[in-house]
Write a protein that binds this ligand. Sequence first.
Ligand SMILES: Cc1ncc(COP(=O)(O)O)c(C=O)c1O
Length: 451
Amino acid sequence: MTNAKNKMSQTELSQLYQRHCWQPFTQMKLAPKPIWIEKGEGVYIINEKGERIIDAIGSWWVSIYGHSHPALIHAVTEQMEKIEHLIFAGLAHEPAVRLAQRLSQLTNHHLNRVFYSDNGSTAVEIALKMAYQYFQNQKAVTRQEFISLGGGYHGDTIGAMSVGEKGIFHQVFEPLLFPCIRLPKPSCLFRDFYDEREALKQTAPVIQAMETVCREKGKKICALVLEPLIQGASGGFCFYPPVLLRKLHEICQEWGIFLIADEVFTGSGRTGSFFACEKAGIWPDMIALSKGLGAGYATFGATLTTEDIYNGFYSNDRSHTFFHGHSMTANPVGCSASLAGLDLMEKDSLLRKTSLLEKYHHTFQKDLSKGPLRDKIREFRSLGSVGVVELQHNASYTSEFGWKVMQKALKEGVLLRPLGNVVYLTPPYCIKEEELQRVYLVMEKAVVDSL
Ligand SMILES: Cc1ncc(COP(=O)(O)O)c(C=O)c1O
């Protein structure tokens, strides 16, 4: 018999893993054995032999403050000692209110209402349902359809999958999904990211498609859903220019369509501003946040929206209630972790830090372009803390290439997880220049040895 206190041998652990565990996005029959990690410290995860591995992907883009940060641990334990959970219906607590105020402030109070949940998919589901019901409450019952950007990823629940790209992740579930009008996937050379004229030319198919849909059925659409500026999981870390986001926002406003910005990945400072939407100078109607918000110290999500949308539900008519909730909604520990994270962001000037990381990415990518991969790169991209190396190599999500790179890099003490032919870096913001340089060197060798 084992209990939580008995330390298990590596063999025992492996046997139990094989017998009882099932990992996400993993063909368990073909996957290599997992790497066992015992603890984390800042940018490092540490295995049972005490070997330190740089977490260059922030553990699925969640760990933005680094692992086991004393300030966050303190906030979480302090909150746990007060109360670990509370039904957030009819009862309320200070961390939820303080966090809602902070998030509202971060949008300059444009989005001043916060609906809490517990992960990225639910934060998006809530936005979709909110947009849909808003129009039902207004008796604008014909506004029932959604538009999304081709190449988007919004999570794995049914609604989030419906507005996401079909592709390898979701195609099997297609019969279960509701219809969604998909615009083309934006495509723009990164060198023209800030060149508005050139960027508009390259992304014209997206704008034209949006205009056509609106002319045909603009009054039937309730919302456009997109990941602002960086399309991560399905898009292959495709970057699209701020001017496209601005243009889509303009069209939405013209037709009375809500814009839902899924900032689950891009939010919490990832791109150098707290929200990626700020880079385009827009405020959408809803923002979905998760990942970096709780930063792994608690599972946490939030959907931000405007007073106007809130007022669409505020009524003497109880049927206008937003009937949605999760057991863990506004969990006090999640709220406290998020608040402590926001304090840290201010205290350590982390937005400035992510802008600095963008410079380091740029420098190290330049170095890469002079090395053995020089003829094998399709494009380098960097924005805030995110660095992307897109290879010409023809590898898909399911090909061996990614696994090989991951295994080789792990042996050299770096955690990478390529998406097809894209090797991306989303490290905790506390990564140092020399650590990031090491990541690039290891990446170079791992890729060269895997091609
Ligand atoms: C943009 C975006 N939206 C939503 C999600 C779903 O978040 P979660 O995995 O927490 O449900 C993800 C996850 O990667 C994401 O990148």
